[in-house]
Write a protein that binds this ligand. Structure first.
Ligand code: ACO
Length: 436
């Protein structure tokens, strides 16, 4: 029977240390006991970009990147995408269990009655330029909610946290839809509380003069599936931002706007926008090999490919491919799909991608569906942020319940100068003048 510990010999002192192993992990703080003398600070671990550091314990999302497995609270993503509504999944993420019928009805009604926005937010959003990027609008507007709900600062009160969780899950589609309508120059549409979460979102996006918006059932379900797939993904860049900012006890609106800002980057949730731009640039199947040559020479990245954790096919990408077929039956086939399928086929047979275990990720196909539904690429990341709000908030709540968590504060390896002699500005000026 192997021991659950590791023995380390410090060759500087010839001393040995035994560190406990739990969940295949050693505590970095245990390394602090490894020191050359009592004045020594102790050994630190260096992990830029957190490639091998667990920052928390979590029971929300399980991800096995080698086998391509994704589960929320123990349920496979494929099962949830097939059988659940987005609000059911949001409940699962927040409370840890799937709701029964009464719980789901209560939860849906708690969310639905909070979908309206304060008029000040509408006025605030009107101030954006006509061509403002929707992610910039979303990030700022979510942060602005903080000014309307000062009670949200009581982050250590679980009941208060739940109140803010409901508000944010309810209001994020309304803000997102306003970003969209602002961009196309249409008046904002009020939420319709008779509709489901995704139908109401479609209503706020696309209602024109008709008295009641009727959502296409296939598109509403496709959006629901896409929302489920994007709802959480354990400790990614934006979730880490949510936890990190939240760890200072900042309120959830400010923390979530930081998370959304992290999501907007092209290496994270902004990749779906970049995939579309890349497919536009490639233009036709015969130009794929030349584009892949540019990828392999390091000139560009193949957007929508590769993942820090998945070293196998992203299970979400498989479901998205299936969803695309459903959507195209309504909207007509997006010709970019053929380029994307061919690009994937060639890439997956290429030594460069095989060697590095680079597979399509969630962003590779989602944009093609969104474009077929009528969204412009700059809006794709907003469509990611809506469902991820549930995940960010579940993670934020879990962090506040965890007695081991404190303010997130990494160490550094200082590489700069020390103890320099100060020169008065006259002396610096004289030196500069002498140098010419
Ligand atoms: N195209 C070409 N080469 C790639 C790609 C890519 N998309 N992704 C990784 N590689 C290469 C790297 O250059 C590196 O090669 P090397 O070993 O010769 O230096 C090797 O594969 C390992 O990649 P890393 O950059 O070390 O992987 P990391 O875990 O740091 O990055 C990331 C992950 C950011 C997702 C990366 O794969 C990437 O930039 N992909 C494109 C952007 C993208 O699709 N992002 C969305 C991710 S999913 C999401 O956030 C929702």
């Amino acid at each position: 029977m192997p021991f659950d510990n590791v023995t380390i010999t410090d060759n500087r002192t010839n001393r040995t240390y035994t560190l406990p192993i739990e969940h295949g992990t050693v505590r970095s703080a245990d390394f602090r006991n490894i020191r050359t003398d009592p004045a020594d600070f102790g050994l630190m671990t260096y992990d830029p970009a957190f490639v091998n550091t667990a920052s928390c314990r979590s029971s929300i999302t399980y991800l096995d990147g080698e086998r391509g497995i994704l589960e929320y609270r123990g349920y496979p993503i494929e099962t949830l995408a097939e059988h659940c509504s987005f609000l059911e999944v949001a409940y699962l993420l927040v409370f840890g269990e799937l709701p029964d019928r009464t719980e789901l009805q209560d939860w849906a009604s708690e969310i639905t009655r909070r979908t309206m926005l304060h008029e000040n937010i509408r006025k605030f959003m009107e101030g954006f330029r006509y061509d403002a990027h929707p992610m910039g609008m979303l990030v700022s507007s979510v942060a602005a909610l903080s000014t309307l709900y000062p009670d949200a600062k009581h982050v250590q009160d679980p009941a208060n946290r739940l109140q803010q969780i409901k508000r944010l899950i309810a209001k994020i589609p309304t803000i997102a839809a306003m970003c969209y309508r602002h961009g196309v120059g249409f008046p904002y549409v009020f939420p319709d509380n008779d509709l489901s979460y995704t139908e109401n979102f479609m209503n706020m996006l696309w209602k024109m003069a008709e008295p009641k918006y009727a959502a296409n059932a296939v598109l509403a379900r496709a959006l629901e599936v896409l929302f489920i797939l994007h709802a959480d993904h354990e400790q990614n860049c934006s979730t880490n931002a949510m936890r990190s900012v939240g760890s200072s006890q900042a309120d959830p609106y400010l923390s979530l706007s930081a998370a959304a800002a992290a999501l907007s980057g092209p290496l994270h949730g902004g990749a779906n926008e970049q995939v579309l731009r890349m497919l536009e640039e490639i233009g036709s199947k015969d130009r794929i090999p030349a584009y892949l040559d540019r990828v392999k020479s390091g000139e560009v990245k193949l957007m929508g490919f590769g993942h820090r954790v998945y070293k196998n096919y992203d299970p979400r990408a498989k479901i998205i491919k299936w969803t695309a077929e459903q959507v195209f039956r309504v909207t007509g086939r997006n010709p970019k799909l053929d380029i994307a399928l061919e690009l994937e086929r060639i890439a997956l047979e290429d030594e460069y991608f095989i060697e590095r275990k680079l597979y399509p990720n969630v962003d590779f196909y989602s944009g093609i569906i969104y474009q077929a539904m009528g969204f412009k690429p700059e809006f794709f990341t907003v469509l990611f942020a809506i469902p991820r709000t549930a995940g960010w908030l579940a993670q934020w709540d879990e962090m506040h319940r965890d007695p081991e968590q404190k303010i997130a504060r990494p160490r550094q390896i200082y590489t700069g100068e020390r103890q320099r002699a100060f020169l008065a500005i006259e002396e610096r000026q004289a030196i500069a003048a002498a140098k010419g």
